[in-house]
Design a protein around this ligand. Structure first.
Ligand SMILES: Nc1nc(=O)c2c([nH]1)NC[C@@H]1CN(c3ccc(C(=O)N[C@@H](CCC(=O)O)C(=O)O)cc3)C=[N+]21
Length: 304
């Protein structure tokens, strides 16, 4: 006879592997890009514009270029000096809008202070706006859809679909109301028939709101702000935070907005940082470039 374990078995949340999901999505995109190349003799093109020399932005832009080429898409990078004027950036955007080989345009944010992000985003052809930040795409997102959807929220929805078959009727809490994550995330969850609450820095009793949430999306940019005892048992937790913190000995490490170790014994499923939402953001950028190419070039609606 074997003895029963003395320690009570503790349930652990499913770790949602965003890196693996993103790899699968990038493989599907690569297959589709190869098929389109054979059929039409052209590959979708993505232009990434980087203004200035912010080290984090340089890393992101380099990683985007690598992922784009690896999937068989054409990657074009434009680098402007930190002193570039708004007119310089708008002129480049106009050139890219008119270039038939370019299907997607991404202007890396943040921009130097002399340049208005709003003016630049609004200058991008909505059909090439693979960030999904143009007001036309925002409007489509909040009405009947059919536009280009912001990459990070889209990536979160794909990760959610991997762990929850039905979202209809679930309580979803989005913590954070930015234009690039919180608001579009709320729109997508609403379109998926969730009951959506958007919380922010002025919200009262955030822990109580969180405890109601079957789905909790954290997008605030405050390291480990969401504590384990805020989480509803069995909830799905999507951590969008990418916070670089001091790890001592001159090193840094990435942490999310959720206190991961506290959340794991409570949640049903949770995305880690790194290796959760971040990799899906880049895969969804490629996905949007494919979708934009399909529409612009009359190759038809691509299902990725
Ligand atoms: N126009 C524009 N569009 C963007 O989509 C955009 C932007 N500007 N500016 C900066 C933010 C940030 N962002 C990330 C993308 C991937 C990871 C990512 O892959 N993160 C990895 C870790 C990377 C690391 O180790 O630093 C992970 O979470 O596993 C993170 C952050 C896109 N952004």
């Amino acid at each position: 006879m074997t003895e029963a374990p003395t320690k009570e078995a503790t349930r652990q949340a499913t770790r949602i592997d965003g890196k693996a999901e993103a790899e699968r999505l990038r493989l599907r995109i690569g297959g589709e890009a190869a098929r389109l190349l054979a059929l039409h003799g052209a590959a979708p093109g993505l232009a990434v514009v980087l203004v200035g020399e912010d080290p984090a932005s340089q890393v992101y832009v380099r990683n985007k270029g690598i992922a784009t080429r690896a999937a068989g898409l054409v990657s074009v990078e434009h680098r402007l000096p930190v002193s570039a004027s708004q007119a310089d950036v708008l002129a480049l955007v106009a050139t890219l809008n008119a270039d038939p080989a370019i299907d997607g345009i991404l202007v890396q944010l943040p921009l130097p202070q002399q340049i208005s992000a709003k003016a630049v985003i609004e200058a991008i052809d909505p059909a090439k706006d693979v960030d999904g930040f143009h007001p036309v795409n925002t409007g489509r997102l909040w009405t009947d859809g059919g536009g280009l959807v912001p990459c990070t929220p889209q990536g979160c929805m794909l990760l959610l679909a991997g762990v929850r078959e039905r979202l209809a009727g679930l309580n979803a809490l989005v913590v954070g109301r930015s234009s690039i994550v919180g608001k579009p995330m709320a729109a997508l969850l609403l379109a998926a028939d969730c009951t959506v609450t958007v919380a922010h820095s002025r919200s009262r009793d955030l822990p109580a709101l969180a405890r109601q949430a079957d789905i909790l999306v954290a997008a605030v940019g405050r390291p480990a702000m969401i504590r384990g005892d805020w989480i509803r048992p069995g909830a799905t937790v999507i951590d969008v935070g990418v916070n670089r913190i001091d790890a001592g000995q001159g090193k840094t490490r990435l942490v999310g907005d959720v206190a991961y170790d506290e959340a794991v014994p409570v949640a049903g499923a949770i995305t880690p940082v790194p290796g959760g939402v971040g990799p899906m953001t880049i895969a969804c950028l490629l996905r949007n470039t494919m979708i934009a190419a399909g529409r612009r070039r009359g190759w038809g609606e691509l299902d990725l």
